[in-house]
Design a protein around this ligand. Structure first.
Ligand code: 9MR
Length: 364
């Protein structure tokens, strides 16, 4: 099976080599350990990159699957909890926290000299049910959030390097989202979010503090709202260090739009985090989709385009590129997107995909 893949890979590489395209990636599959592989990928992401390379992980996969754990240790030097450090996971009642998974993940990172990116302190989609039902007024609501931020950031002071303090507050196009309780409680939601950054800073002055959202480099309206918020934060001394664009994109995402938006985002001068990178291939959501060499090639080139673009940032603005998951076996997209998907850098057997080589090729 593998050797057939390699032959097809070489043929496809030759085919594509005849076109002139900067993003060309020679198709390579799998690891140096695979004897049928004439053209192995020998470097790992973390070995080559001069900034952190992260992955969203889950405690149960680290605990239950040695291959998963080994892949995280081999390729990555930063982790983000895919859900276990969100408010709904930690804040189990008005008087109780459950830190079991968060402690495990932070301990895992410390044991293995990895950084932790904390995700996320304030996200409308992760307010616990008890909190939503409590019907606090704005004063009581903010007091509770302040205690939460102070406790959680304080607990991991010096251990969690960076936090997404606020996540996804703008709708597509750039208006404030209307499904969040914060909009009905606060006349000035941005003022509230700014204070959340101050609470986090007070709890750990050395942590890097981020605003995180999706489609930022594609959606000019959303980006304009984010830049306006950043300008206001800077004018008022709100301690924001960086911006995360999630990068849940696809092989057919318009690259020029991506680059224009990325340059515009970088004009803030803040740290830039590609925070939840994955690249969809089955954009038609077809049940008969086959992830063949041509599709692998497109994905590899998209990854290369993104890492090349990231490397063009001023050195001082590079922070990390974090993929949203470790292996195609466990991508969130399979359940959320309802289609066959293969968006990550390692296949379901933890082999490096051509996408992995594409990612590497873009790194300096
Ligand atoms: O991938 C995450 C999934 O496992 C969780 O069930 C879900 C709710 O906590 O969140 C997903 O991650 C989201 C991230 O926190 C914010 N950006 C969008 C991500 C995908 O939905």
């Amino acid at each position: 099976m593998k050797s057939k893949q390699y032959i097809l890979g070489v043929l496809t590489a030759l085919l594509f080599a005849s076109c002139s395209n900067d993003e060309k990636v020679v198709l390579k599959y799998a690891d140096e350990g695979d004897s049928g592989n004439p053209n192995p990928i020998t470097q790992t992401l973390k070995e080559k990159a001069k900034f952190k390379i992260g992955a969203a992980v889950k405690m149960k996969d680290l605990q239950n699957e040695a291959n998963y754990k080994n892949a995280v240790l081999k390729h990555y030097n930063q982790i983000t909890a895919e859900f276990e450090m969100k408010m709904a996971s930690i804040w189990t009642s008005s008087t109780a926290y459950n830190y079991t998974a968060a402690d495990y993940l932070v301990g895992f990172a410390q044991d293995n000299k990895m950084e932790v990116h904390g995700h996320t302190l304030v996200w409308y989609d992760s307010f616990p049910e008890w909190f939503k039902k409590a019907q606090y007024d704005s004063i009581a609501f903010e007091a509770k959030v302040k205690v939460y931020i102070t406790d959680v950031v304080g607990r991991y002071k010096g251990k969690v390097k960076s936090w997404d303090v606020v996540n996804e507050v703008f709708a597509d196009g750039g208006a404030m989202r209307n499904e969040t309780v914060i909009n009905s409680l606060f006349k000035d939601p941005i003022g509230f979010y700014g204070r959340c950054f101050r609470y986090a800073k007070a709890a750990d002055p050395d942590a890097k503090l981020f605003y995180n959202d999706y489609s930022v480099v594609l959606d000019a309206g959303k980006r304009a709202s984010i830049k306006k918020m950043v300008a206001r934060f800077k004018a008022n001394g709100v301690p924001i260090d960086g911006l995360g664009d999630q990068f849940h994109y696809a092989t057919d995402t318009n690259r020029q739009t991506m680059k224009t938006g990325f340059t515009d985002l970088a004009s803030t001068g803040l740290l830039i985090h590609i925070s939840e990178l994955d690249i969809k291939v089955n954009t038609g959501k077809s049940d008969s989709y086959v992830f063949n060499d041509v599709e692998n090639q497109k994905q590899a080139e998209t990854y290369k385009y993104i890492t090349t673009m990231y490397e063009e940032l001023p050195q001082t603005q590079k922070f990390a590129i974090s993929t949203w998951g470790v292996t195609d076996k466990y991508t969130w997209l399979t359940s959320f997107w309802h289609s066959k998907e293969y968006p990550l850098l390692l296949d379901a057997d933890y082999n490096k995909k051509p996408a992995y080589q594409g990612f590497l090729d873009g790194l300096k």
